[in-house]
Design a binder for this molecule. Structure first.
Ligand SMILES: O=C[C@H](O)[C@H](O)COP(=O)(O)O
Ligand SMILES: C=C(OP(=O)(O)O)C(=O)O
Ligand SMILES: [Mn+2]
Length: 407
């Protein structure tokens, strides 16, 4: 944040931790945006980003402030977060009926966690903007041909032809429009509960996100108006990355994925960049270390963050560190791994007296067969309804079984 003056949390002295004087951040070399779409020479890029810069904001400053205050209550141990939705949203599934259905499923899963845990649950969708994907490899082999990988509907199409995989910046405008339609559905659900649903996505495509930074009309602070809660992903969270710099510069609550290779020093540097004033609700750390690594890798990270006094919300993403290839080559995840990682997460936080603030899941709104467990009894059944655009999602029944274990 450039200037916190006037932010509600800073006006309430009780909400502010004593400021500590951090040593100045070491100069970090800029990091190349290896995940950025290769569309810089597209003749319409300038016009498209100008249109985004002139487009109405998708979220309002008041909403963003309310979410930040709500997350502050979770940071104080007063509730849980359920952040859930598709790995990659589809531009084809943003019509009013489909969007409403996706938001409803988020609400139902939130109700389920609320019942099983006995705590208030903040519902945050991976939706209304989750259209861009970081990938491990730039290309993939399809029927003997190397093609650019699918990078989310904001960038290209999943159809396996060279033409469809070419990055097209005009897709950013379609993603903006579709996000607006999903926000409509989200707002339609607001009245139902005191804690209405919120939107989040990975702020990956900077050509899309940067033009949507606007001044908060009340405080003048920069606000990322593409979503309530943007996060920076595991592949772009280097301390010198432009993604971290973007989130550091806006007043939204922000989140950052933390994978198994993150060292305590690295995480501290991220905390210092993203939460220099140690404000509850400002920073959420989403731990995605994998079942095999979490018990060893998480405790020193939690200890360092606790000692440094950053009042973060700790979320567990038990999906991304547990992806495996099934026999036929499909990516999948096993429900017992997901449950085991979440149990290890809670144990690690409990041991240090820290609040396990909730869970981050990839869940489909329908009965897909992408992860193994519960009703999907074996790997052989994965092909029945495997429709994800990117990573394997739980279906709602599998998600409910998982959430029962959080109680
Ligand atoms: O959703 C997250 C990433 O995009 C995904 O895990 C990367 O998958 P990949 O290893 O198939 O590129
Ligand atoms: C890309 C994702 O995760 P991560 O950055 O943790 O790999 C994701 O959440 O889909
Ligand atoms: Mn994913």
């Amino acid at each position: 944040m450039t200037s916190p003056v006037g932010h509600p949390a800073t006006r309430n002295p009780a909400a502010v931790r004593p400021l500590r004087t951090d040593p100045p951040l070491p100069a970090v070399p800029p990091v190349r945006d290896a995940q950025g779409p290769r569309w810089r020479d597209h003749p319409e890029l300038g016009e498209i980003t100008a249109r985004l810069a002139a487009a109405p904001p998708l979220v309002e400053a008041g909403e963003v402030r309310r979410l930040r205050e709500t997350l502050a209550s979770v940071a104080r141990g007063e509730g849980l977060v359920l952040q859930a939705g598709d790995c990659a949203e589809s531009l084809e599934e943003c019509g009013p009926v489909q969007a409403d259905h996706r938001v409803s499923v988020l609400g139902q899963l939130g109700d389920h966690l609320q019942r099983s845990s006995g705590r208030p649950v903040v519902r945050v969708g991976r939706l209304a903007g989750q259209f861009a994907k970081p990938r491990s490899q730039p290309t993939e082999r399809v029927e003997g041909r190397d093609l650019p990988v699918f990078r989310g509907h904001m960038v290209n199409s999943e159809v396996p032809t060279a033409e469809a995989r070419r990055p097209d910046p005009r897709r950013m405008l379609r993603a903006y429009e579709a996000s607006g339609a999903v926000f409509e559905a989200l707002r339609g659900h607001r009245g139902e509960r005191v804690a209405g649903p919120w939107a989040s996505h990975e702020a990956l495509v900077l050509d899309y996100e940067s033009p949507l930074v606007r001044a908060d009309p009340l405080t003048g602070e920069p606000l990322l108006t593409s979503t309530h809660l943007p996060w920076v992903g595991e592949r772009t969270r280097q301390p010198g990355s432009r993604h971290v710099a973007l989130l550091a510069s806006v007043a939204n609550p922000v989140a950052c994925k933390i994978g198994p290779s993150a060292t305590p020093d690295e995480v501290l540097m991220l905390c210092q960049q993203l939460d220099p004033e140690r404000l509850p609700g400002r920073l959420t750390l989403i731990v995605r270390m994998g079942r095999a690594r979490i018990s060893e890798a998480l405790p020193p990270v939690v200890a360092a963050v606790r000692r440094a006094g950053h009042p973060v919300v700790w979320l567990c993403d038990p999906m991304h560190g547990n992806t495996v290839k099934a026999a036929g080559g499909l990516k999948t995840r096993y429900l017992p791994d997901i449950i085991a990682e979440a149990a290890a997460f809670r144990a690690a936080l409990d041991r240090q007296g820290q609040h396990a603030g909730g869970v981050h899941l990839e869940v489909a709104a329908g009965g897909v067969t992408e992860c193994v467990g519960g009703p999907v009894t074996s790997q052989e059944r994965l092909t029945e309804r495997y429709t994800t655009l990117c990573d394997p999602r739980l279906n709602p029944e599998q998600a409910r079984r998982f959430l029962n274990t959080w109680a």
